[in-house]
Design a binder for this molecule. Structure first.
Ligand code: ATP
Length: 244
């Protein structure tokens, strides 16, 4: 596993396409720098661990990538997705299904397992009705949940265990066929057994999906990731960035 410290975006050694390139990303609260600067690149099909001390900004970086920064915070720096600069804050609808965040706490809606798996497809992509069921099944299989829910697709998703809910959220994201999947501490709220099943699902994505995984657990990053990007707390002595 390679360690990558923040700095200039490195060349992709495999020569494959870059799915996300982040250059000099900083998150600011007024003149105060909360996060960064951080630079990294996600090569197609890679699984990258995003690590660093509590408060360094791992979750905020993920939220910045999907244009969901908390109100009042702003970004500086450049982010390219699939080779083109993202126009953040401009309601880039395509971004919602291209880079997809699975939050730390699974968000399960009131409907059935199937409705939950289909939520993004229905609302973000308006996929043709005839395709929906097949795409949901594919995604549930890819998330490692199909065998457990195949006979209960119409039952309320709220009846699933925590580990199953996390994999359902993974399936909902995978159904969109995203270019990049951002996973924020996907196992932090789970017991050991559920953690193992979620880890198996994430491990199965390796090589097929481009994944950025935030984790506190170095052993988990070692198990699941090809490389690591580390971010550190901004130094208090650093001058405020230019332009603020
Ligand atoms: N809405 C907000 N307003 C002001 N500051 C915020 C806001 N959200 C996050 N921050 C600050 O941004 C910094 C990064 O927070 P973030 O939650 O991204 O860190 P983290 O590395 O994910 O931490 P942890 O590992 O504890 O989850 C912290 O200093 C946090 O207090």
């Amino acid at each position: 596993m390679d360690d990558v410290t923040p700095g200039p975006v490195p060349e992709d050694p495999a020569g494959g396409g870059s799915v996300i390139a982040v250059r000099g990303l900083q998150i600011l609260d007024g003149a105060k720098r909360l996060v960064g600067p951080v630079s990294f690149e996600l090569a197609a099909g890679s699984t990258t661990g995003l690590c660093g001390p509590s408060g360094a900004g791992k979750s905020t970086v993920l939220r910045a990538l999907v244009d969901l920064l908390p109100h009042g915070l702003r970004r500086q720096g450049e982010i390219d997705v699939l080779g083109r600069p993202v126009r953040y804050g401009k309601g880039d609808a395509a971004l919602r299904s291209t880079v997809v965040l699975v939050p730390q706490t699974p968000v399960v809606f009131g409907g059935s397992v199937l409705e939950n798996a289909l939520f993004g497809l229905r609302h973000l992509m308006r996929a043709p009705k005839a395709e929906l069921r097949d795409r949901a099944e594919r995604a549930l299989r890819e998330a490692g949940l199909w065998d457990e829910v195949a006979t209960r697709l119409d039952t309320p998703a709220q009846t699933l265990s925590n580990g199953q809910r996390q994999r359902l959220c993974l399936a909902r994201a995978l159904a969109l066929e995203p270019a990049a999947l951002l996973l924020d501490e996907p196992t932090s709220a789970l017991d050991e057994r559920s953690r193992d099943t979620v880890e198996e699902s994430v491990a199965a994505l390796r090589g097929n999906r481009t994944v950025l995984l935030v984790s506190h657990d170095p052993a988990q990053v070692e198990r699941l990731c090809d490389r690591t990007v580390r971010i550190d707390l901004p130094k208090p002595s650093e001058p405020a960035p230019a332009g603020v």
